[in-house]
Design a protein around this ligand. Sequence first.
Ligand code: DC
Length: 227
Amino acid sequence: MPVWKIAIDGPAASGKSTVARLVATRLGGFYVSTGDLYRAVSWVALERGLDVANDPAAVTALLATLDLRYGVAGPGRLQLYLNGEPVAPEPLRSAAVAAVVSLVARLPAVRAWLCDRQRDCCALGTVVMEGRDIGTVILPDAPFKFFLTASPEERARRRLAQPGEVPPGSTVASVAAQIAERDRIDSSRAVAPLRAAADAATLVTDGMTPEAIAEHIVRAVLAGGQP
Ligand code: DC
């Protein structure tokens, strides 16, 4: 059984997670959402009443109290654990977390702390790791790197179709503006900004189904031969 390391990066709501899941299933590997790690730190920070926007030192200090890791929960399935307890997915996708996660993700101490936690996942076997800096920083030697993108309107439509993450009354225009702001913060931060690795294949996914995008990636990986 070949072991593949596949990096999928791209901006918010570009379809990365659905596609990465499909690719992982097709190749018999683990799907790793690195955004959920940043979301989990953000969620705990909010739970503990920290002022995430104005008190980065408190968020940094919080890290010393956290044991955050992915564990194998079943065939091909990872579960995120926080201090030994499984983390439920719903709070991570709440509007409250979505509103602060890019502020947490721009803190260098948080990124450094999460770096090894992400790399550790490669010990599990084939991984399809999805995020913003996987091809550039976390797995720079991954033999397969993809950068998915789509227009802000297409991404807003996709996000609106996902329950939970957008506040009630949201429109394509309001969600597109929110996404553009998150992209701005993610792309302009000093450490590990959102950008395609020089050796990544960029896929513009407007009008493509997740299945078609996944098929494209699987074919490219299989055509690339045994890693
Ligand atoms: O992919 P997502 O929407 O779950 O990501 C949530 C936030 O975390 C988003 O603001 C970007 C940030 N992030 C990051 O900076 N680096 C990663 N590798 C993954 C996510």
